[in-house]
Write a protein that binds this ligand. Structure first.
Ligand code: FPP
Length: 249
């Protein structure tokens, strides 16, 4: 059995500021229970709730959830439309809780390509929580890193064309500033559930030095204590950024 963990065991001095999560395994979890895949997504929403609460309680400043990738459009249309509906429903239902807990909803991705109802609910949620400052909860929706890097390259090229930036002045921080994630630091920790060990086009640039944590649990099974366990494991790792152990002591 996996060890459990609670918030009191976390070392407040070594908390990641930003945690990214690839929520995977909803479909397999549902199938295991003899149910349609959307049953897994519905139960996945409960994990989103619990984990967001755990992250805010732990003092995480930025939580980014991979909710729908650019590649997910190729799923059966019924599943895509159920997921889009679930998002609308969830945003409406959770609005009060987000505000009560001072959590700001944000989104990254090609948002204007979402179905109009989903797009509208999302923009409303973002607007109604914009003054909250305890934690940013960012949904990656219709997001892929290659899309983001392509957009970033185009935007910088336009600036160069308009003589606002010189090519020799483009630095790593210029690129970070033009990414969809420009408002947050790079994630120190990335969690992926369901035993898969891939990045799947999520935050490729931003994960250059990120610690990865893989859980064999399916996303609907991933709860508060699992999140806290991931943070605890992160706190026991040594981040060297290319240096030797002696240099970081
Ligand atoms: C991965 O499981 C999950 C998704 C692609 C969607 C995640 C969506 C939710 C948890 C619900 C809505 C989210 C919010 C933020 C309100 P999968 O379908 O890839 O599972 P599989 O790998 O077993 O097929």
């Amino acid at each position: 059995m996996e060890e459990t963990s609670n918030i009191n065991e976390l070392n407040q001095g070594k908390l990641p500021r930003h945690v990214g999560i690839i929520m995977d395994g909803n479909g397999r979890w549902a199938r295991k229970h003899g149910k349609p895949r959307i049953f897994g997504h519905k139960n996945g929403v409960q994990s989103v709730r619990e984990v967001s609460e755990a992250a805010a309680q732990a003092g995480i400043e930025f939580l980014t959830l991979y909710a729908f990738s650019t590649e997910n459009w190729s799923r059966p249309p019924r599943e895509v439309s159920a997921l889009m509906g679930l998002l609308v429903e969830t945003i409406h239902r959770e609005m009060n809780t987000l505000n009560k807990n001072n959590i700001r909803l944000r989104a990254i991705g090609e948002l204007d390509q979402l179905p109009p109802r989903t797009h509208k609910a999302l923009l409303e949620g973002i607007e109604k929580t914009r003054d909250n400052n305890r934690m940013d909860l960012t949904l990656a929706l219709n997001y892929s890193s290659r899309w983001e890097l392509t957009e970033c390259t185009r935007a910088i090229a336009r600036e160069v064309q308009q003589l606002k930036i010189k090519p020799e002045d483009i630095s790593e921080s210029t690129i970070s500033d033009y990414l969809a994630t420009h408002f947050m630091p790079d994630p120190e920790l990335l969690i992926r559930t369901s035993g898969e060990k891939r990045l799947s086009n999520f935050l490729l640039w931003q994960c250059a030095y990120t610690e990865f944590y893989f859980s064999d649990k399916m996303w609907p099974e991933f709860k508060k204590e699992d999140f806290n366990l991931a943070i605890k494991e992160y706190q026991n790792r040594e981040r060297r950024f290319g240096k030797t152990s002696d240099q970081i002591l």
